[in-house]
Design a protein around this ligand. Structure first.
Ligand SMILES: [Zn+2]
Length: 329
């Protein structure tokens, strides 16, 4: 389930987050940057809608012999796409790019986090955004750990369409960040009492949701290998509800992950009942971006409509704008 590979031209081994299932208004604004931002947003939403109305194949929006409630009334967006060893140009040439709007995320946080690329300051973030400028995609980051807010100014973060994170990096016995998908994770994180670990893991989800200015929680309900075989036993209704309630309270969308095929249906049903917003993610690396089969399947099972689906917030309503300034003051 882990993806370990060697970077070209580098001896450094890079461990990716696992991607396998078993184991992404006014037009009359005064400031030029703001105007550009809004215009681009309007362009993206418009092109997304046109795309959805005209080009989605039946297998994605529901075959014509399915009842109307089985069809999706919203455009498909994969808000968890990593460029990694590809380029935005190559990604946009994929057939999936004609039917799915991509949200491109890059890992972001301190350099202590090990990924092929980690954006760690305003200059790096702005350079990445400039690379995507004018492309018909959303710009996002996948943040790491608890200290990423200190790497960027609120102004730089506000140039993004969304911020996504997950709960898979967890405090170890020594308090240091541990990737829960690492080999021998039990040596670094106390898991002997699995129920007790689950309680801490749920608390960790709630802490992230309540303290970090994020728009999307990704890879929701993923479990580390020592617990993964007993998902239904560990994700009790009470534990699910704690995470869901925090997501709803802090207006954080829950990703339906097609790479992990998570969360499972009971979790998603409880989230829908609580009024949560959802988004779709492939966590895809080239050329697997846009593969949203599980997300679409779950959306149909839940009869999700456009009002249940997260769309990147307009300027002023992004999580970094709603919550970051308040946290700093
Ligand atoms: Zn990711």
């Amino acid at each position: 389930m882990r993806r370990i590979r060697r970077l070209k031209g580098s001896s450094r081994e890079v461990i990716h987050k696992p991607t396998g299932a078993s184991n992404a208004e006014a037009q009359t604004t005064v400031k030029p940057p703001m105007k550009n931002l809004i215009s681009r947003r309007r362009f993206l939403l418009h092109s997304t809608a046109v795309c959805a109305m005209s080009a989605l194949p039946d297998r994605l929006i529901g075959a014509t012999n399915e009842p109307p409630e089985a069809r999706l009334d919203f455009p498909l967006m994969d808000l968890h796409v990593h460029l990694d060893n590809s380029t935005i140009e190559k990604v946009l040439e994929l057939p999936a790019a004609r039917t799915v709007k991509f949200g491109i995320v890059e890992h972001a946080g301190t350099k202590e986090n090990k990924y092929p690329v980690v954006l760690s300051n305003d200059a790096e973030l702005k350079a990445r955004n400039a690379m995507l400028e004018g492309k018909p995609v959303f710009k996002g980051i996948q943040t790491e750990w608890t200290d990423w807010m200190g790497c960027f100014s609120p102004e730089a973060l506000a140039q993004l369409d969304f911020v996504l994170t997950d709960a898979m990096t967890f405090p170890g016995k020594d308090g240091q960040r541990v990737k829960l998908w690492e080999p021998r994770v039990e040596e670094r994180v106390e898991m002997r009492d699995k129920q007790e670990f689950m309680d801490r893991y749920v608390d960790w989800h709630v802490a992230i949701l309540s303290k970090q200015p994020i728009d999307i929680l990704a890879n929701v309900s993923w479990l580390p290998a020592p617990l993964a075989g007993d998902y239904d036993a560990f994700w009790t209704p009470a534990r699910m509800q704690e995470v869901i309630d925090a997501a709803v309270k802090f207006r954080v969308a829950i990703e339906i992950s097609s790479s992990f095929r998570l969360p499972r249906l009971p979790f998603l049903r409880a989230a829908k009942a609580a009024g949560a917003k959802f988004c779709f993610g492939s966590n895809g690396r080239y050329p697997a971006m846009g593969k949203l089969d599980y997300s679409v399947q779950m959306a149909k099972e839940l009869a999700l409509t456009h009002s249940d689906i997260f769309v990147p917030a307009p300027d002023g309503q992004k999580a970094v704008q709603r919550r970051f300034p308040a946290k700093r003051s």
